[in-house]
Every structure is written in C-alpha cells, then in structure tokens.
Design a protein around this ligand. Structure first.
Ligand SMILES: NC(=O)c1ccc[n+]([C@@H]2O[C@H](COP(=O)([O-])OP(=O)(O)OC[C@H]3O[C@@H](n4cnc5c(N)ncnc54)[C@H](OP(=O)(O)O)[C@@H]3O)[C@@H](O)[C@H]2O)c1
Length: 264
C-alpha cells in the first residue's frame, strides 16, 4: 500500500524509539522521510544514518537533519533544508522530547527552562516554521503525547508539557482550520524505549505491570499514520489514546490486580 506516495513527512526525534517506528511506518506507506535528531555524532547520529539507509532501500527518499528543536535558528535551518531538498512537507510529526525525571519542586532553573524550551516552545517553533509548506497541501500535524498529560506519574515533569501541548492541539486545530491543516495527537501508554529504562528507576512498581499492557512503538506509529490518512479526514483537535486499556483500568482498587489484564 503506497497511500502516501510522493508525500513528505518530518518526524522530529526519529533516530530511535517511537520516532524511528513512526518514520518506518510512513516510509512503508510510501512517504519520503525527514529523519531528525538532536545530538551531533555518537549513537544517535549513527542510528539516524542507519534508518535513512533502510528507508532508501525501499521506495522512499530520506533526508537526515541534525537540529535541536529548542533552538529557533536550528528549527529555521531544518525547515529551510526540507524546502531546498524535498520541496514540500505534508506531515509534521512532533515526536521529539527530552526532560529530566525528578519531582517538579526539585528542578533546577536550567532543567525547568530545558523542559519548557524543548517540549513546548520547540514544538511551537516547528509548527510555525512548517505552516508555509503545510498550508499548500492540506497538511497534517500529529503531536505525540503521553498518559502523563492526564495522570500522575512519579518524577515526570514532562507530563505538564504534554498537557499543555494537548491544549495547543485543540487550539491550533481551530486556528489552522482555514488553512486546511488538521491537528491531532496520539497519547501513548508505556513503551519500552530508552527513556523507559530511566523511568523504571523512579517508578517502584512499574515492573508489576503485565507485559500485555506495554504498548509497542509500532502501535503508536500506526495511530499517527491513521491520523494522517484520508480515513481520518473528519478528525481534528483530538487526542487518540493508544495504551492497550491501561488508563481505563486505572480506577481499579489495589488488590484487584488479577482483573487488570484485559481479556483474561
Ligand atoms: N517511551 C514511552 O513510554 C512513551 C510513552 C508515550 C509517549 N512517549 C513520547 O513519545 C516520544 C518519543 O519517546 P521515546 O521514548 O521514543 O524517546 P527517546 O527514545 O528518548 O528518543 C527521543 C528522540 O528525540 C530526539 N530529541 C530529543 N530532544 C530533541 C531536541 N531538542 N531536538 C530534536 N530531537 C530531539 C532524540 O535525539 P537524540 O538521541 O539525538 O537526543 C531521539 O531521537 C516522546 O515525545 C515521548 O514523550 C513516550
């Protein structure tokens, strides 16, 4: 299926984890992919290069751009390069995130600034810079959120930024309606990526969660793909929760763990 043939998708933070799965899914659907990551050199750079090679082995083109979304000049450079080398942008997937794991009241000033600059301001820089290309083609924006936007997670200040961005999704869906751009979010459950390895150090009983309740990166990717597809043309301003029912089961009382696994 080449539903997105000749379209171009930018996936921020796609060197690894969920972003990588999203880039792969869009490439499989026929889109050309802009692979973005933050760190210069190192494993992230190598992983981004490997992903680009994989995409090029299929029918799609790829463009790898190192850029820090928290820096306005860097974002301007990212979008100039997309315009110059790909000529268009159809899908903006706001996936990149970086935040300390610690209680909000213990954040140092530089951590607090980094939290907001990467996970709120950086996403808005990307939306602003993408508009001239997106509006020409009835583009789509999908933000990747997490359950921290609506539930308490220990030492997870990123949750407050996810809540703010879900609000931005609702806001922009209305303000960009006239430009024929749809804006939605996917709110993912818990996914075993690199950031999960850190999360589990702060979340005492996370290892008690049954395997069935962990979400695969590909499940988030397919939801993002759906929101960019013609099948989702009636959807804008929404956040689709992809958590294998975890949040639906949260109300259950302690001691009822045997009921938590759906389908058993
Ligand atoms: N893991 C989960 O359980 C989970 C659940 C729900 C939602 N999510 C969300 O899904 C998204 C991806 O999560 P993940 O676990 O896959 O993350 P991850 O493994 O930590 O990967 C993060 C990616 O974002 C990039 N990045 C970080 N800061 C950036 C910046 N300032 N500019 C550009 N790129 C930047 C990283 O590049 P470098 O390596 O070069 O820094 C990397 O490619 C995040 O928005 C996260 O909040 C995660």
């Amino acid at each position: 299926m080449q539903l997105m043939k000749d379209k171009v998708a930018l996936v921020t933070g796609s060197s690894r984890g969920i972003g990588r799965a999203i880039a792969r899914a869009f490439a499989l659907a026929g889109a050309h992919i802009v692979v973005n990551h933050r760190r210069t050199g190192g494993s992230s750079h190598a992983q981004a290069e490997e992903l680009c090679r994989e995409i090029e082995r299929g029918a799609s083109r790829s463009l790898m751009v190192q850029a820090d979304i928290a820096q306005k000049d860097s974002v301007t450079g990212l979008f100039s390069e997309i315009k110059a080398k790909m000529g268009r942008l159809d899908y903006l997937i706001l996936n990149a995130a970086k935040a300390p794991f610690k209680p909000i009241e213990k954040l140092f000033e530089r951590e607090l600034r980094q939290l907001v600059e990467t996970n709120y301001i950086g996403n808005i820089f990307c939306i602003q810079a993408a508009l001239p290309m997106l509006e020409k083609r009835g583009g789509k924006i999908v933000f990747i959120s997490s359950l921290g936007s609506r539930f308490y997670n220990p030492s997870y200040p990123l949750g407050s930024m996810k809540a703010a961005m879900e609000s931005v999704v609702r806001d922009c869906a209305e303000s960009l309606r006239g430009k024929n751009i749809s804006v939605n979010a996917v709110c993912g459950g818990i996914v075993k990526t690199d950031s999960f390895k850190i999360l589990r150090q702060y979340w005492d009983n996370i290892d008690m969660l049954p395997d069935e309740l962990f979400v695969e990166p590909e499940e988030i990717a397919e939801a993002a793909l759906f929101l960019c597809s013609e099948a989702a043309r009636g959807i804008t301003g929404q956040t689709l929760v992809v958590d294998r029912g975890l949040s639906n089961a949260l109300y259950r009382m302690p001691g009822k763990q045997e009921n938590v696994i759906p389908g058993e």
